[in-house]
Design a protein around this ligand. Structure first.
Ligand SMILES: Nc1nc2c(c(=O)[nH]1)N[C@H]1C(S)=C(S)[C@@H](COP(=O)(O)OP(=O)(O)OC[C@H]3O[C@@H](n4cnc5c(N)ncnc54)[C@H](O)[C@@H]3O)O[C@H]1N2
Ligand code: MOO
Ligand SMILES: [Mg+2]
Length: 421
């Protein structure tokens, strides 16, 4: 008699995986290689920015005290005693009714507390000396970019676990992070199982199909921020698969297999986990697709037995493997980001299991609208290309009508969520 599997709720399954104390490691990479990686430490300001008061305009640095009486009817004259550009510092002391011609980015002379823009000063020469006259008064700080206005030394600017974007690259350079502490990419091993599998360069043969899961999952692993170690394809033979899985585990942080996890005569993964002495965390989840997803652990390493059916495989990865990868990448929000959307079509047939419908999310009148991106069956491949989200239709006795509000999980988002279940 066939073993009867007991389905557990998705949240419970995710919890059993996340319970595992698998922590990522830090490595230091050159700033040139850090774009797209995940910070493994909070990013701290190592100095004030800017670290000196500076001119934000091309003009003249003055002492505001000397400008008090300036007005349209009362121009006030200043002798221009120096001329500095960005990167230069004056060595002159600026006295009463004196000014320094200063360009954007240059350090303010210490005696000066405002900048008169070039356009608002009338420059002239008298007796071989340079002068300006101005027709309005200035307040201390007018047109000055102050030390620390952008960031203060010691500020925590970016939390660890954040994906490094172009703006963070600028921050890293500003603070002298030539070497950046990033989370080491977990190495995720990958095997596709199935005697029916051809490779991408093979011609089609009767009964055989090209292996698409490997290429799909490899991309999902990379999208999640980890590194793929692809071991290849395996035929449905117990001994071959057993040896391959056992040896692969040595070289990786976790192992993903696709196919062979259900109850069929050639589905060997359950027996392989048993022979390995691995602890099975679950082998049936109350979800569609991906109900047969099986996860086990051996000596602290997780083995993800994803379904062979492409859509089930895809969803299983996103719900179960992605969050633990993100956790290893120091994320505090490792799960898919959850939002609300309006359902665009009827799903009137009730399903006892919670469905994750591959969906295309669009925005209409300021609200997300979710539409299925293709056929909603677990063996379907074509619906995956247009899916930027998974619509969650909770299991139960009722269907869902177009126009109702549903939860969706976003697939292309990097913020994530703490716990969407
Ligand atoms: N009697 C039952 N039959 C099935 C059950 C069940 O509960 N009782 N579950 C069904 C569900 S649900 C799913 S999902 C599949 C899961 O099957 P497996 O994970 O064991 O995967 P396979 O049997 O190896 O293959 C299933 C399907 O997917 C194709 N496949 C496999 N690998 C790839 C690949 N790398 N690229 C593209 N397509 C792949 C394979 O050819 C099969 O068509 O079981 C149901 N059956
Ligand atoms: O695991 Mo199967 O995908 O439920 O459809
Ligand atoms: Mg099978």
């Amino acid at each position: 008699m066939l073993e009867k599997r007991k389905p557990i709720p998705v949240g419970e399954a995710v919890k059993r995986i996340m319970f595992h104390e698998i922590h990522g490691q830090t490595e230091h990479v050159s700033i040139n290689e850090s774009y797209g990686r995940y910070l493994s430490e909070d990013l701290v300001a190592t100095s004030d920015v800017p670290h000196f008061d500076r001119a934000p305009y091309d003009g003249f640095a003055v002492r505001t005290i000397d400008t008090i009486d300036a007005a349209q009817t009362n121009p006030v004259e200043f002798e221009v005693i120096d001329h500095i550009g960005a990167g230069m510092v004056t060595d002159k002391e600026v006295g009463a009714f004196q000014a320094v011609r200063i360009m954007t980015g240059a350090q303010m002379p210490i005696e000066c507390d405002a900048v008169v823009m070039l356009e608002l000063a009338k420059a002239f020469e008298r007796d071989g000396k340079n002068y300006i006259s101005i027709k309005r008064a200035y307040k201390p700080g007018d047109n000055v970019s102050y030390r620390g206005e952008d960031a203060k030394e010691g500020d925590i600017l970016i939390k660890k676990g954040t994906k490094i974007n172009p703006g963070i690259q600028a921050i890293l350079a500003t603070f002298g992070y030539a070497e950046v502490p990033v989370a080491k990419k977990p190495i995720v091993g990958l095997y596709a199982t199935g005697t029916e599998l051809l490779d991408v360069f093979d011609q089609l043969e009767p009964g055989k199909i090209r292996n698409s899961n490997s290429y799909m999952i490899a991309a999902q692993i990379e999208r999640a921020g980890a590194k793929v170690h692809y071991f290849g394809q395996l035929p449905d033979e117990f001994d071959t698969c057993y040896e391959a899985v056992k040896n692969a585990l040595i070289n990786v942080d976790m192992l993903i297999t696709t196919g062979g996890v259900s109850v069929g005569d050639y589905d060997y993964l359950p027996a392989i986990y048993e022979k390995l002495g691995a602890e099975v965390l679950f082998n049936k989840v109350a979800m569609r697709p991906g109900s047969v997803t099986t996860v086990a652990q051996l000596e602290g390493k997780l083995l993800f037995g994803l379904s062979g059916n492409p859509s089930a495989c895809y969803v299983g990865f996103e719900l179960f493997a992605r969050p633990i990868i993100r956790k290893m990448l120091a994320s505090e929000k490792p799960h898919l980001r959850k939002e609300k959307a309006i359902l665009s079509v009827d799903f009137l047939k009730a399903n006892p299991f919670t469905r994750f419908v591959r969906s295309a999310l669009t925005v209409s009148e300021g609200r997300f609208v979710a539409s299925p991106s293709g056929l909603d069956k677990s063996n379907i491949i074509m619906s995956l290309a247009g899916a930027n989200s998974l619509m969650i239709l909770p299991g139960g006795t009722r269907g869902f009508e177009a126009g109702s509000e549903v939860d969706i999980l976003m697939l292309e988002d990097f913020d994530g969520s703490e716990w969407p279940w």
